[in-house]
Design a protein around this ligand. Structure first.
Ligand code: FAD
Length: 322
């Protein structure tokens, strides 16, 4: 089964309603040359259901004219309400990872990878000050139905895998750091995180048998995704025997793998929550074309079972998120 982003959204109502939490900026901390940690706080956030790992939320940014007033906050069908608004009333919405949650204190941290001044999220963070208002759309603990299924927004499911591979660019760094801090102490595996510069290497604690390798583009004079691609290929080639030459080419229900599909939605293909894996479990996220290439390599060329790999195009070069 392939879970698409839309599919995940469709199952949300069975686990917890997703609602807009009103927050303000409590702290801003520069973490690296291109990373800014924003601590968002609000009384409401004590009801945010923090699921950990790579949990994603939607951040809603204010419009210059009307702020956040037009965002449809009543009821759980906020998405349909938002989508149906005329463009000039639709607050920009972007997807981010909960880097840390302290719900008792009504706080979450979000790490922004800043990239110039080209999109509403990066523009917002470049100008953010303590006290600025934002909305965070996430699961409401008050409507959580325990046992009804996984909480939408968490994709990392290594289950009983022998070994774990986590790889991603700077946009996936918050998710990867959060995941490895929460893994059991005996987890074995490899982490690759590609960032712009050596000054973007962030402090993180991993299980003792996991190796964390940061790949800075500037010291390698590499373009986006190049170092990640090379590192993952080299590591996997050592770990896994290549697929038989007549292995059929896999396609996903979400996005075919051919170049003709370069304009389609970001590649997003995650296995079902069975917890059954065949040795290596891979979680890979970042710029869509790099992720698409790595998927080809892992599933088609190397022959990893598609249920052992989660691939997520977090953003597309040259395209806004929505
Ligand atoms: C599940 C999920 C979790 C994510 N978690 C995080 C997170 O924790 N931290 C984080 O920083 N990002 C995260 N992202 C990625 C983030 O949502 C995108 O980078 C988003 O496009 C940023 O919005 P924007 O308004 O700045 O730019 P947009 O308006 O979306 O895009 C404007 C332009 O900027 C380009 N662009 C977007 N992102 C980047 C980038 N990182 N580097 C270079 N160019 C870029 C686009 O291609 C486009 O040309 C996540 C994405 C997903 C799907």
């Amino acid at each position: 089964m392939t879970t698409t982003r839309a599919g995940t959204a469709a199952t949300r109502a069975t686990t917890a309603d997703f609602v807009a939490f009103a927050v303000t900026v409590r702290r801003i901390e520069k973490m690296g040359a291109h990373f800014v940690r924003v601590t968002l706080g609000g009384d409401d956030l004590e009801h945010f259901h923090a699921a950990g790992l790579d949990q994603r939320v939607k951040l809603i940014f204010p419009l210059a004219t009307t702020g956040l007033t037009t965002f449809p906050r009543g009821g759980s069908d906020w998405y349909a309400g938002w989508r149906d608004l005329p463009e000039h009333e639709r607050c920009p919405m972007r997807t981010y990872t909960v880097r840390a949650a302290r719900t008792a204190a009504g706080e979450i941290d979000v790490d922004f990878a800043v990239h110039g001044d080209t999109g509403p999220a990066t523009r917002w963070v470049n100008r953010a000050s303590v006290g600025d208002e934002l909305l965070v759309v996430g699961p409401d603990a008050r409507t959580l139905v325990v046992g009804a299924g996984p909480i939408g927004g968490v994709e990392f499911r290594a289950g009983d895998a022998d070994r774990v591979l986590l790889a991603g660019d700077e946009t996936a760094a918050p998710a990867i750091c959060s995941i490895i801090e929460q893994l059991p102490a005996d987890t074995r595996g490899q982490v690759f995180i590609e960032v712009a510069t050596d000054d973007d290497i962030l402090p993180v604690t991993a299980p003792g048998r996991m190796t964390v390798t940061w790949l800075a583009r500037d010291t390698r004079d590499a373009s986006h995704g190049e170092a990640l691609n090379r590192a993952v290929r080299a590591w996997v080639s050592e770990m896994v025997a290549p697929a038989a030459a007549d292995e059929p080419v896999e396609t996903t229900g979400n996005a075919p793998l051919g170049d003709a599909d370069a304009d389609a939605e970001p590649l997003w293909d995650v296995p079902p929550a069975t917890g059954e894996h065949h040795g290596l479990y891979a979680w890979i996220a970042g710029e869509a074309s790099c992720i698409r290439e790595l998927r080809r390599f892992l599933v088609r060329d190397t022959g990893l079972h598609r249920n052992d790999v989660a691939f997520m195009g977090y953003w597309r070069a040259g395209r806004p998120e929505s």
